[in-house]
Design a protein around this ligand. Sequence first.
Ligand SMILES: Cc1cc2nc3c(=O)[nH]c(=O)nc-3n(C[C@H](O)[C@H](O)[C@H](O)COP(=O)(O)OP(=O)(O)OC[C@H]3O[C@@H](n4cnc5c(N)ncnc54)[C@H](O)[C@@H]3O)c2cc1C
Length: 459
Amino acid sequence: MPATTVTTFARIASDLPPRGPALRLDTAIVLGGSVAGMLAARVLADHADTVLIVERDGGPAASGTRAGVPHGNQVHVLLAAFTRQIERWFPGFTGRAVAGGAVRITAESSRSYANGVPKVSIGDRAVLSMTRPYLEQRIRAELAAVPNVRMVTGRVTGLEFDRSAVTAVRYEADGAGVRQPAGLVVDALGRGSRVTDWLTAAGWHRPPMLRGGDAVNYATAVFQRPPEQDSVRRAAALDPATGEGAIFQSVEGDRYLVMQGGIGDSRPGGTAEDMVSRLRHLLPEPFGRVAENELIGEVVTYRLVDSRRRDFWACTQFPARLIPVGDAVASLNPFYGQGLSSAALHASALSLYLRSAPDLDFPARDYLAMQKVVVDAAWAISTRSPETGDARRWIVRQIVRAAVVDCFVATAFADVTQMLKHPATLFTPAVVARALLARLRRLPAPVRPIAGRVEVLSS
Ligand SMILES: Cc1cc2nc3c(=O)[nH]c(=O)nc-3n(C[C@H](O)[C@H](O)[C@H](O)COP(=O)(O)OP(=O)(O)OC[C@H]3O[C@@H](n4cnc5c(N)ncnc54)[C@H](O)[C@@H]3O)c2cc1C
């Protein structure tokens, strides 16, 4: 992997305030007002007189799951990259979110297990934990304080182009059609975005769509969290061989969100009985402790059939003034929790692009090239295909094993899985040497479930 890829990723993942001349725009329109759209809008607010977000689920921020994000009731883990970027764009966000009920997860309050074996703790970074609806509420509240950003409730129905660029957005609001000219358009319509259909209908190339990875199955439940039960705020248990696992995390409202995940035909935890039985009998003891509390409501399930990416960068013909972000570009295996961090890194790449004095009358190729670095990095992890070649794959296995016992390797590994650094940073002599040395160390004993192992209900 060339060093430039690593350094490009580092620039995008930076926590420094944006620098460079701010390109000026009249109106920028963001299609879709979920997390990727709102973060892009925040970046655009530094450049455009008016930033208009068109979101079909606009209006007052809902406290529950909404139609546009049907997976909003599933566990959403916020990686360190997201926590860093959200703080970068909304300074003080973490403190305000925690004051409102979000939970700060530190190394001391989190546990991680590989096949039940406790992983070494790396004592530095704290991340945020909250439900997805609450996260959206918080970002909407922050954005409401940015004077030149406005969200309208409307359904985007199409785009208009001239010979070289996107020129306007069409949407329906209050039963009427609206045509809004724009100097820049951001596609943040998510996995189901129809922008590629509108591109091809207007004679542009359709970007190649890559699909990969297996179907993943989620089952999420909410348990009450007694205030005194605070020492373990998050635990994750993973089977490194299959990539299947479970996680619980403390969230606002004195609750735990608990998720069990399966791959392909494996659908664990779909009923209350199955969920509780697995937590007690199959997973390390902290999971069983959570299951001693009252389960609130029903277990909710979700199935995502694959990971997919649209390679806009590969289009030989692409209109100027169009910027795709978030799941509209890459919708990833959620087990690795990269979706929201990717969206945040796309927003950061957008900022770098807009501060590089670009000529907006040409396609945003420099932006798409930066985005490709982020997508490639996430895709490698999401589809569990980080390396080609037997030797590299063997090294990856050693690093994954060493990350259980060796703090140095665990930190390097977490920097990559938390999207703070590019995956190629794992292949330095120092990390590989420590990983090989760690082969001499015995793994600790697995942490047992709270109850003896028994057959659980079939999935
Ligand atoms: C089960 C599951 C669990 C996940 N867990 C995690 C996790 O732990 N951590 C993590 O980081 N990510 C996770 N993800 C991924 C994360 O949810 C997505 O990456 C994220 O939602 C992408 O945000 P987005 O803004 O790009 O798209 P979306 O959130 O999909 O938003 C698209 C927006 O566009 C709007 N919209 C769509 N069509 C129109 C239209 N025609 N007009 C107007 N508005 C429209 C929708 O209402 C919606 O608001 C998970 C995903 C799933 C499925």
